[in-house]
Design a binder for this molecule. Structure first.
Ligand code: NHR
Ligand code: GAR
Length: 219
C-alpha cells in the first residue's frame, strides 16, 4: 500500500448515478483510495440505487416529499449520513438545494460536481445555456459546497471544446466522460492531504489556490 488511509464516502444522488458508478469502479479496482460506505437518493427507485446494490453498497432512499420543509428533510438526511461516519460527502447529480445548516455541518468535507466551468453557468441546464451563449469551451467543476448555490470554493475543472454543430445532449455526453475522471482526482488529493479547505479558501500543496486546478495539467 502507499500509506494513504482509505477515505469513507457517502454519495448523494437523485438519478442515474453514472458519476457514482465511476467511483464504485475506481474504488473496486484500487485506483481510488476510498470506499463508498453508502449511497442515499432523495428520489425513490432511481437507477443509481441499483448500481449501489450491484456493488454491495447500502442503498438508501429518503424521499424529500415526505417532509414539510428542507430542514426537516435534512435533519433525517444528516442522521442517515452520519451513521456511516464519512470522511467526505459527495454530491453526484444530487438535485436538492441544501440549507446552510446542512452545508455547515459538513464544512470542508462536502463536494459537488457541477457541469459547467464555474463561475460560469451556475444552476441548471448548463449545456443548453453554454451553447446558446456561443461558448467555445465548456466542462465540469468540482467544488466545495457552501450555502451559496454553486458558489463554494472551486477545486478542479475539466474542459471540453464546444463543437460547431453541438447540441446539449452531445455536449453533455462529452462533459460527462470528463466528469468521471474528476471526482477521483479531487478525492485522491484530499486523501493525500494535498488539498484542504479552511474557513474561506482552498489550499493545494500548502499554497492558497487562486484558480481552479485543470485536469489536463495532470494527465
Ligand atoms: N446546496 C448548496 N447549499 N450549495 C450548493 O452549491 C449546492 C447545493 C445543492 C445541490 C448541486 C447543484 C448543481 O451542481 C447542488 C449544489 C439542484 C438545484 C436546484 O435548483 C440547483 C443546483 C444544484 C442542484 N434544485 C431544485 C430545488 O428546489 C429542484 C430541481 C429538481 O428537483 O429538478 O432544490 O447544479
Ligand atoms: C452530471 O452531469 C452532474 O454534473 C450533474 O448531473 C449529472 C448527473 O449524472 N449535476 C447537476 O446538474 C447538479 N445539479 P449522473 O447521475 O449520471 O452522475
Amino acid at each position: 500500500m502507499n500509506g494513504i488511509r482509505k477515505l469513507r464516502l457517502v454519495v448523494l444522488i437523485s438519478g442515474r448515478g453514472s458519476n457514482l458508478q465511476a467511483l464504485l469502479d475506481q474504488s473496486a479496482s484500487g485506483e481510488l483510495s476510498a470506499e463508498v460506505a453508502a449511497v442515499i437518493s432523495n428520489q425513490p427507485g432511481v437507477y443509481g440505487l441499483e448500481r449501489a446494490r450491484q456493488a454491495g453498497v447500502p442503498a438508501l432512499e429518503l424521499d424529500h416529499r415526505r417532509f414539510a420543509d428542507r430542514p426537516g428533510f435534512e435533519a433525517v438526511l444528516i442522521e442517515l449520513i452520519d451513521r456511516y461516519s464519512p470522511d467526505l460527502v459527495i454530491l453526484a447529480g444530487f438535485m436538492r438545494v441544501l440549507t446552510a445548516g446542512f452545508t455547515e455541518h459538513y464544512r470542508g468535507r462536502l463536494l459537488n460536481i457541477h457541469p459547467s466551468l464555474l463561475p460560469k453557468f451556475r444552476g441548471l441546464h448548463t449545456h443548453e445555456r453554454a451553447i446558446a451563449a456561443g461558448e467555445t469551451e465548456h466542462g465540469a467543476t468540482i467544488h466545495f459546497v457552501t450555502a451559496e448555490l454553486d458558489g463554494g470554493p472551486l477545486i478542479v475543472q475539466a474542459r471540453v471544446p464546444v463543437l460547431p454543430d453541438d447540441d446539449p445532449d452531445h455536449l453533455a455526453a462529452r462533459v460527462l466522460e470528463q466528469e468521471h475522471r474528476l471526482y477521483s482526482q479531487a478525492i485522491r488529493w484530499l486523501a493525500e492531504g494535498r488539498l484542504k479547505l479552511d474557513v474561506e479558501r482552498v489550499w493545494f500543496d500548502g499554497e492558497p489556490l487562486r484558480e481552479p486546478l485543470q485536469l489536463a495539467d495532470f494527465v
